[in-house]
Design a protein around this ligand. Sequence first.
Ligand code: GLU
Length: 313
Amino acid sequence: MKIVGRFAPSPTGPLHIGSLFTALGSYLLAKSKGGEWFLRIDDLDKQRVIPEMMDDIFRTLEFFGFEWDREPIWQSKRDKSYQQALEVLKDKGLIYMCGCSRAEIARIATAPHGSSEELFYPGTCRNGIEKGKILRAARVRVPNDLIKFNDKVVGRYQQNLGEICGDFVVKRADGPFAYHLATVVDDFDSGVNQVVRGGDLLYSTPRQIYLQRVLGYPQPEYYHLPLILSEGGSKLSKRDNAISLMNSDDLLKRGNFLLKSALKLLGQRIPASSEADSPREILQYGITNFDFNVLPKVDSLKLSHYSKSGGSL
Ligand code: GLU
């Protein structure tokens, strides 16, 4: 089966070395097996999207020599497909409207949940919305069962959605479709069978697998790559100019170094300058010499060998 992979950045800030790492990982995993690779722009969240970042993403990836085999997909243009999937879920009796505010859910959330940003939803509106409440979101019912899967990088992973998050939102009443539904529908519609992305999304993958199962979609292979942290161990900030790719004045000078750094973070061999001297040649070297077995199988990696002032690899 031909591999179809994608890189799906959110245009909420410029790409940084962590994005380059994920883009490169997804590119090499697809291309080293003769697969296809393309871009999806995750621009559903209009409040956080920075329109100028679209251009920046394309410019940066082009600069690094990435080539996509298909036209990019914009999530903001795909509401019709998401709506169709929502109708399928409705027909199966899995969707209900919820009138709870975040504050109300926070007050009643008692069950354990693993993410501080997300609240466990106890199913308050499962059997109907209380009189006088406004409709806030469509939620999908989840079972009290373990969802298990085998991540190609992380290994076995499992969650009981009924304990972790409860019935989750698939669409805001007056707003966008939720990312979980959108990504599942997009990957299915575009035949993506290899999802490579940052390890911060591992936690939400069982929700996506659940949606695939109830929608009757095949499950892609998952590769959750380590999160790239700063030298000090903190999350990379999109505003951190030191590691932003766009704001590197000397990107031209440092392009090869950055790409080799990303290759090295992926555990891969890096070419000597005599073997590959432009981003495109380095990418090609990465494809030809790609070794799955040396991919780092850890939660996070610090940019310890990466020097802000440049350096040579
Ligand atoms: N847009 C997501 C991000 O930037 C990635 C989504 C995905 O790969 O499914 O983290």
